[in-house]
Design a protein around this ligand. Structure first.
Ligand SMILES: Nc1nc2c(c(=O)[nH]1)N[C@H]1C(S)=C(S)[C@@H](COP(=O)(O)O)O[C@H]1N2
Ligand SMILES: [Mo]
Length: 202
């Protein structure tokens, strides 16, 4: 009896039946803003994107114009925030991280993305390569809003959205997995929404 009632009235009906909303998430059409600090406003003339080695050596760097001159892709993906909202079919324009890493020889197993304002987040290298991550500068056909990470943010849609560092300025190639901002405060090191890896121990 209670089984039937839960099946009929439970979460799945209230949220989404597409199979695209991970466990514990609800679907929203809004685009909430989640920022741990103020929105930085780095002038494009001072903006650059850097690939660095673990020791901090600069391996490659693009100015804003150089980044925009790279081949770009338009992708439509679902995004999932650890605070439980998921948004389906978001459309972004950006340069694939594969394009940025092309020509860089590395034995690194992880990367740490860093941002204006000091935010960092850690990811396995294989989660930002092979078409899984972008440095995105457009959203819904427009330049990316500063509050959503403009001029450019990392976009790694298959992991919880805190991995998609707003105002991203570079990737550091790491031998070991080094917890970033939220990961140091208890968020999961990896953050797979389909396995509900929200916090340490999940
Ligand atoms: N630099 C920076 N990037 C960040 C954050 C942040 O506070 N600072 N918040 C993260 C979190 S927790 C989420 S859910 C998404 C939110 O992106 P949005 O504000 O565009 O929805 O950005 C992620 N990237
Ligand atoms: Mo988040």
């Amino acid at each position: 009896m209670s089984f039937v009632t839960r099946g009929f009235r439970g979460r799945r009906r209230e949220t989404d039946e597409s199979g695209r909303v991970p466990p514990g998430q609800y679907r929203t059409d809004d685009f909430p803003v989640l920022s741990a600090g103020p929105t930085p406003h780095t002038p494009l003339a001072e903006w650059s994107f850097t690939i660095a080695s673990e020791s901090g050596e600069e391996l490659a760097r693009w100015s804003w114009e150089e980044l925009r001159a790279l081949p770009s892709e338009t992708v439509t993906v679902d995004i999932h925030c650890v605070t439980k909202w998921s948004k389906l079919d978001t459309t972004w324009e950006g340069a694939s991280v594969d394009t940025l890493l092309a020509g860089i020889e590395t034995d690194a197993a992880y990367v740490t993305a860093w941002s204006d304002g000091g935010y960092t987040t850690n990811l396995p290298l294989e989660d930002v390569t092979d078409g899984k991550a972008w440095v995105a500068f457009g959203y819904d056909g427009e330049p990316l809003d500063p509050e959503h990470g403009g001029p450019a943010r990392l976009l790694v849609p298959h992991l919880y959205f805190w991995k998609s560092a707003k105002w991203v300025r570079g990737l550091r190639l790491m031998d070991d997995d080094d917890p970033g901002f939220w990961e140091s405060l208890g968020y999961h090191l990896y953050g797979d929404p389909w396995r509900e890896q929200r916090y340490w121990g999940d």
